[in-house]
Design a protein around this ligand. Structure first.
Ligand code: ADE
Ligand code: ZN
Length: 332
């Protein structure tokens, strides 16, 4: 089997995907028309040309703007279904997707519209495409604690559909400690917790996510290598990192893919995974991230298998389901 064939055929779980970040410009135009919204862009090409980012914030500004076309349950359904077809094409057999309710509720869209639209697509994706999934609700960390608390309260009646809570948006200046009480309440209610940390923020953001928010995974976490004690801690406690190579290059965390530290993370025996983050904005879904990164860092077949293994090990699947997929990987 060729290396490319291995990447294409190996079963994978995606653990770091913002559903709003899978909004392709074509669907953006389609939804804008359907909802009578005028966009400041004249064409799909113009939208793509605007995707030149210098850091996380320059991306977030355009990403929140794009999400404005999402209005109805059907819109969230269509967005999610398009992503699930990408999963099918890339042999992503399990996905744990993030959604940002505040991006929508702050524009007057009902919380239930967002959750139910996404959930219905995930249920159909399970039935028709065989893809299992979970939903993780992220709090926007640039907004205040009270807004996050209100959002958590709204999530309570959808506990059967939302497995966990996360933390995203502008990292620097908005440390995990700002949301200690919100995450405490979420944990008490039985939600799992994850958080973006160490994408642009220094290792103290990762420590806080672990110690104060009690997260089971760190999203990104690539700056952990600046703190030897932290690397030891992550390794000993098997705390996974959901790494997003294309995102990191597009948002200038690393200058180029060849500079990415994923191989170093694997060499330190950390539970690192590959994910696409916001593929419509960063130019690649899962297999592109796998292939591009493998080529740039000269990864070999055992490392690809390790990354796929880690993706299931780090997932919120039941042990039995994890083992079924891991067995498949071992026999490849
Ligand atoms: N929201 C969507 N993508 C994000 C990222 N990479 N970091 C923080 N917030 C995000
Ligand atoms: Zn992210």
């Amino acid at each position: 089997m060729s290396f490319e064939q291995l990447i294409k055929s190996i079963p994978k779980a995606e653990l770091h995907l913002h559903i709003e970040g899978s909004l392709e410009p074509e669907l953006m135009f389609h939804l804008a028309k359907r909802n009578n919204i005028s966009l400041r862009f004249k064409s799909v090409e113009e939208v793509r040309a605007a995707y030149q980012f210098t850091n996380l914030q320059t991306f977030l500004d355009i990403y929140y703007e794009g999400a404005g076309v999402l209005q109805t349950k059907q819109d969230f359904y269509d967005l999610t279904m398009d992503y699930l077809h990408r999963c099918k094409a890339d042999n992503v057999v399990h996905t744990e997707i993030f959604f940002d309710p505040q991006t929508h509720t702050d524009r007057g869209i009902a919380f239930s519209t967002v959750v139910e639209g996404i959930h219905q697509a995930l249920a159909d994706g399970k039935k028709n495409l065989g893809i299992s999934s979970h939903m993780i609700m992220c709090f926007l960390r640039h907004l205040d604690e009270a807004s996050a608390m209100r959002t958590l309260d709204q999530a309570m009646e959808f506990k059967d559909k939302i497995i966990g809570v996360g933390l995203d948006s502008s990292e620097v200046g908005h440390p995990p400690s700002k949301f200690k009480r919100v995450f405490g309440k979420a944990l008490e209610a039985g939600f799992k917790t994850v958080a973006h940390a160490g994408e642009e923020g220094d290792p103290s953001y990762i420590w806080e996510a672990i110690k104060l928010l009690h997260v089971e995974r760190i999203d990104h976490g690539v700056r952990c290598l600046e703190d030897e004690m932290l690397v030891e801690y992550l390794g000993l406690n098997r705390i996974p990192l959901t790494v997003c190579p294309y995102s990191n290059v597009k948002l200038k965390v690393f200058k180029k893919l060849e500079d990415h530290n994923l191989k170093k993370l694997l060499d330190r025996d950390l539970v690192a995974t590959i994910n696409s983050d916001d593929p419509a904005y960063f130019g690649g879904y899962m297999n592109e991230n796998f292939l591009g990164t493998a080529q740039a860092l000269d990864l070999a077949a055992p490392e690809i298998k390790k990354l796929a293994f880690n993706s299931f090990e780090a997932s919120f699947l039941q042990r039995e389901q994890k083992d079924q997929w891991i067995l498949k990987i071992k026999t490849l």
